[in-house]
Design a protein around this ligand. Structure first.
Ligand SMILES: [Zn+2]
Length: 276
């Protein structure tokens, strides 16, 4: 779950009017016509931010494993994979300390890295009101099998909103193409203060303006909830090589396309309205 600690402030009244996303027109041709790489992968820096810290590990899974462990494992896997693909400048960002100070620490570090893209890796849970109890390995534990799926968040306060949306949409489509369904519950009133506007119903991209790691960073940025670890079945899937491979393949493909679409020549030709 996107806990209160990772937002700048919380508002109970979240406007849900669907605003028109500014999708660059070049996405579809790029997806349907594979072309030789236009970007210099060796110079394109992706930062994989491991959500939460050892001291403040985020959500606890249905089987009592801290979210941080899931985030770190997946981010390390993605890092290796991107480096294999030629993205040699990929950075795995691990932050320590208490929850809230760690957010500002990670933003400061990312902004000093000359990064082209930030992906903050998380795993999802549900609000406390939806939790149910069960016993796991002799210990009272909590779960909710009601919802499942990944989700992608962008902040409209990020200075590169258009590019953030572009990457979020690319990633969402790649996940969808591999048979993965995004979490739909964020539009529902039952989510209370976590209710969000769905800005791309096809790709599963939600708007979450106040996330510090998205709004404070000076490059395109998305927060990726890779799957639910409070759902007992999906927690097991998130531990499986098959699921990790699907996520990895999706992210690799999305980063490659994003890099191509971010190349200086293409941006000059298509025009770049990255800021707002
Ligand atoms: Zn998290």
């Amino acid at each position: 779950m996107l806990t209160a600690s990772i937002v700048a402030s919380l508002s109970l009244a979240v406007p849900l009017g669907i605003s028109k996303p500014a999708w660059p027109k070049e996405i579809e041709p790029a997806r349907s016509e594979p072309k030789p790489s236009k970007c210099d992968r060796s110079q394109f820096r992706v930062v994989l931010d491991v959500g939460h810290t050892i001291d403040a590990p985020g959500a606890i899974s249905a089987r009592n494993v801290p979210e941080y462990d899931f985030n770190l494992r997946l981010a390390k896997y993605l890092e290796r994979s991107l480096i294999e693909d030629g993205f040699a400048k990929t950075v795995l960002l691990v932050t320590g300390g208490r929850a809230r100070p760690s957010l500002f620490k990670r933003v400061a570090r990312v902004n000093g890295l000359s990064a082209n893209l930030l992906v903050s890796i998380h795993h999802d849970s549900v609000p406390d009101s939806l939790m149910e109890s069960w016993e796991f390995e002799g210990k009272e534990s909590h779960f909710s099998d009601r919802f499942r799926g990944h989700s992608i968040f962008v902040s409209y306060d990020n200075p590169h909103l258009d590019r953030s949306l572009l990457f979020g949409r690319l990633l969402g489509k790649e996940l969808k193409d591999r048979g993965l369904q995004y979490a739909r519950q964020y539009t529902q009133p039952i989510m209370g203060r976590y209710q969000r506007e769905l800005v791309d119903p096809g790709a599963g991209v939600y708007r979450y303006d106040k996330l510090i790691v998205l709004k404070g960073t000076q490059m395109p940025a998305v927060l990726f909830e890779a799957g639910s670890i409070i759902n007992r079945e999906e927690e097991l899937e998130m531990n499986s090589a098959e699921r990790l491979d699907l996520i990895n393949a999706s992210l690799r493909a999305a980063v490659k396309m994003f890099c191509n679409l971010s190349s200086p020549t293409l941006r000059a030709r298509t025009g770049n309205s990255a800021t707002r």
